[in-house]
Design a protein around this ligand. Structure first.
Ligand code: ADP
Ligand code: MG
Ligand code: ZN
Length: 502
């Protein structure tokens, strides 16, 4: 079927239709060796150097399951509030594609290791509970590269090459139940869910979850139903969306596209779609009619998995503090509002503020600098806060200089600017740019004398008892010192010099 490019504006689409989401996330585990053989899993090795008879599927090779991967999957399941199966099996998913040398992938089918969990995500000040259908363990495929075409896809390519280093790396798939009721927040809920999941994986230490390297990949399912309808619409599945921003855009784009199709009397075809970074739109992939029958059956070369209940309880008791609990704890420690906490979370500032507080800075100051001046600069340069070339320890030093009276806020901002520009540590920048507050009496007095003679009118007013006029003189001193004077001390000295007491 030809793809139409028509879209309906998001707001209108939401007035007429209700979206339902479903997210399938693949996480490559950070185990040292592969799922069913001893090959290394390091990213970026020369092609086809981490391979052996098992992951190349040479005749007679037999798989052995990686304990550590099973343990990590159970920990993920526990952190997602799932029930862990007492007994389950691997299954063969039969298909041929050159990146899967065995003709089948070892996966799990109707007996997943973990089922029926949930993950709470915070969006727009409220909590949305995303229910988890299943968490299962499988092996990753190799990576094909199609050379010569314009799109990087197989169509139009001159030739294709394949790298089996990734084939057989343990891969966990986390599938949500359908998520209804998110309405106009659907794109944000999808993004917040993947963000929370990524943080959870990091806290568990089971994966480096780098979306840009493919160790976390997301398939985004979306359907629409007319408002008030009782049955969900037909879903599409947008494959391998590889950034958080793209997850949000893919949902939004699909809502806008499906709404236009439905409003035009058309039908949504159940199919996979590809997301295009440049336009934010999706295009048609493979439809369900063409989908193959995988002829799943229990993997005969592997033993069933039967984790002992005591082991599961031990793993449960050893789970680390999870990201949502940690945020609640920090929010209480820092005494900030839900809104401020959410803003810090969205800006990726929580770890930075925490490290700055650990370096001895009051929470309010740490938050002020990271969410104010530094967030502004990160925004301007289009970098993530964490990627700014400045450390929590350096912020702590700047705050210390302000507290001791050596810098005021304005000078502190210049120090930060210098550090960000690579001019060195805060102390080096203060030194090189001469940014210390002038509180030295002699230097201040000579600036004050200049200002008094240049502003004789204002000086006369103050002498005559109009103390309010001193503001202009202090302003003059600040200007003449290019912001470096200690304003309070300057005011005292001016009044003293004019023979006025308050
Ligand atoms: P498949 O193997 O076809 O990808 P899965 O069961 O693995 O199917 O995943 C389908 C995903 O789509 C799940 O997250 C599921 O909750 C979600 N889903 C199912 N029905 C709908 C629907 N009508 N609208 C949106 N999402 C749906
Ligand atoms: Mg699927
Ligand atoms: Zn191998």
């Amino acid at each position: 079927m030809a793809d139409t490019l028509a879209t309906m504006p998001f707001d209108e689409a939401l007035e007429r239709f209700e979206p339902v989401l479903g997210l399938e996330t693949h996480v490559e585990l950070g185990t040292t060796s592969k799922m069913f053989c001893g090959c290394r899993t390091t990213f970026g090795a020369p092609p086809n150097t981490h391979v052996c008879p098992v992951c190349l599927a040479l005749p007679g090779a037999l798989p052995v399951a990686n304990d550590k991967a099973i343990e990590s999957t159970i920990r993920i399941g526990l952190a997602l509030n799932c029930t862990i199966a007492e007994w389950c099996r691997f299954a063969r998913k039969n298909y041929f594609y050159p990146d899967m040398p065995k003709n089948y992938q070892i996966s799990q089918y109707d007996e997943p290791l973990c089922v029926n969990g949930y993950l709470d995500v915070e969006v727009g000040g409220s909590t949305v509970r995303v229910e988890i259908e299943r968490v299962h363990l499988e092996e990753d495929t190799g990576k094909s590269t199609h050379v010569g075409g314009a799109t990087g896809r197989i169509h139009g390519a001159d030739y294709s090459i394949v790298d089996y280093n990734r084939a057989g790396i343990p891969l966990v798939e986390i599938v949500t139940k359908p998520i209804p009721g998110t309405d106009r927040l659907a794109p944000e809920v999808a993004r917040a869910y993947v963000t929370e999941l990524r943080e959870l994986m990091r806290a568990l230490g089971v994966s480096d979850v780098r979306m840009e390297e493919g160790s976390l990949r997301c398939d985004v399912n979306v359907s629409l139903m007319p408002r008030g309808a009782s049955e969900w619409g037909t879903r599409t599945e947008t494959k391998n969306v590889n950034s958080l921003r793209s997850v949000e855009r893919a949902v939004r784009g699909e809502i806008e596209r499906q709404a236009a199709v439905l409003a035009d009397g058309g039908k949504i075809v159940q199919e996979t779609r590809h997301f295009h970074e440049d336009t934010g739109a999706t295009t048609s992939g493979r439809s369900k009619e063409e989908a193959q029958d995988y002829r799943y059956f229990p993997e005969p070369d592997l033993l069933p998995i039967a984790p002992a209940p005591e082991w599961i309880e031990e793993l449960r008791s050893e789970l680390p503090e999870l990201p949502s609990a940690r945020r609640r704890r920090l929010q209480a420690e820092w005494a900030v509002s839900d809104l401020d906490m959410a803003a810090m979370h969205n800006a990726g500032a929580i770890d930075l503020v925490e490290a700055t507080v650990a370096a001895g800075v009051p929470a309010a100051d740490a938050r002020k600098w990271w969410m104010g001046e530094l967030a502004r600069r990160a925004n301007e340069s289009g970098t993530a806060l964490a990627d700014l070339p400045i450390t929590p320890a350096q912020i702590a030093r700047v705050v210390e200089l302000v507290a001791s009276g050596a810098l005021n806020d304005k000078l502190a901002r210049q120090v930060l600017e210098g550090v960000l520009a690579g001019e060195g540590s805060p102390d080096e920048v203060v030194e090189a740019r001469g940014l210390r507050i002038v509180s030295d009496e002699g230097e201040l007095t000579s600036i004050i004398d200049q200002v008094l003679s240049a502003n004789a009118d204002a000086a006369d007013k103050v002498r005559a008892g109009k103390i309010a006029a001193v503001g202009a003189l202090v302003g003059g001193v600040m200007k003449a010192s290019r912001g470096k004077a200690d304003a309070g001390r300057a005011r005292e000295l001016i009044l003293e010099r004019l023979g006025v007491s308050e």
